[in-house]
Design a protein. Structure first.
Length: 182
C-alpha cells in the first residue's frame, strides 16, 4: 500500500522576480572570498569595498607618490560629497600608502552597490587623465627611441675631448672634499 505525503500543502509560490536594473556599468572588479569587492580600473590605485567592515580602502598600485595620494584624496572627497563616506573617518590605513574611510549606514539603500556605482562614475571622470598620461609616456619613449634630425647626430660627428666629466685622471679624492695629486 502506497502512502502519499504532502508537506507545506497549499499553493506553490512563484519564484521571486529579480529587481529591475537601475544602471549598467563596466568595471574591472572581482569579489573576494569574504564578500569584499576589489576594483582595479584606476591606473594609480586599487579600491577595496569591505562590506562586513563597512569601509572603503584605497591602496597604492606601485609606489607611493604625490600622484597616488592625490588620487586617493580625490576619491574620498568625491565619495564624501555623494554622501557615502563619513568625512571624519577618512584617514591613512594600516597598509603603507593606503587611505580608508567608513561608509555611512542606510536602511533604505544598498550602500555597497551605491558605492560601486559612484566609484565607476569617479573612474570615468578620471579616464581622460589616464589617457593623457599614457599618450605622453608613449610620445616620450618615441622621442628617445627615434629622435628627429635636429636632435640627433651620426656616429663620429661629435669629436671626443681630452677629459670629460668631473673626475680628472691623476687626482685621488678623499673624504671631506680633500684631493691629492700623484
Amino acid at each position: 500500500m502506497a502512502i502519499k505525503i504532502t508537506i507545506g500543502g497549499g499553493k506553490k509560490k512563484a519564484p521571486p522576480q529579480p529587481p529591475p536594473k537601475v544602471a549598467e556599468i563596466k568595471l574591472n572588479i572581482s569579489k573576494t572570498v569574504n564578500g569584499d569587492y576589489y576594483i582595479k580600473d584606476h591606473s594609480d590605485i586599487d579600491i577595496v569595498i569591505m562590506v562586513k567592515k563597512n569601509k572603503v580602502l584605497a591602496l597604492s598600485k606601485d609606489l607611493m607618490s604625490e600622484m597616488v595620494y592625490g588620487a586617493q584624496d580625490r576619491l574620498f572627497r568625491f565619495l564624501t560629497e555623494k554622501g557615502l563616506v563619513d568625512p571624519t573617518t577618512v584617514q591613512g590605513g594600516s597598509v603603507y600608502g593606503s587611505m580608508e574611510g567608513m561608509l555611512l549606514k542606510s536602511d533604505e539603500l544598498n550602500v555597497p552597490n551605491m558605492t560601486i556605482l559612484n566609484i565607476s562614475e569617479w573612474i570615468d571622470s578620471e579616464r581622460p587623465y589616464f589617457e593623457f598620461v599614457e599618450k605622453f609616456e608613449e610620445m616620450e619613449v618615441e622621442h628617445f627611441v627615434d629622435p628627429n634630425e635636429e636632435e640627433s647626430t651620426e656616429l663620429g660627428e661629435v669629436p671626443h675631448e681630452e677629459t670629460k666629466g668631473t673626475l680628472r685622471p691623476g687626482y685621488t679624492y678623499g673624504p671631506y672634499w680633500q684631493s691629492y695629486t700623484y
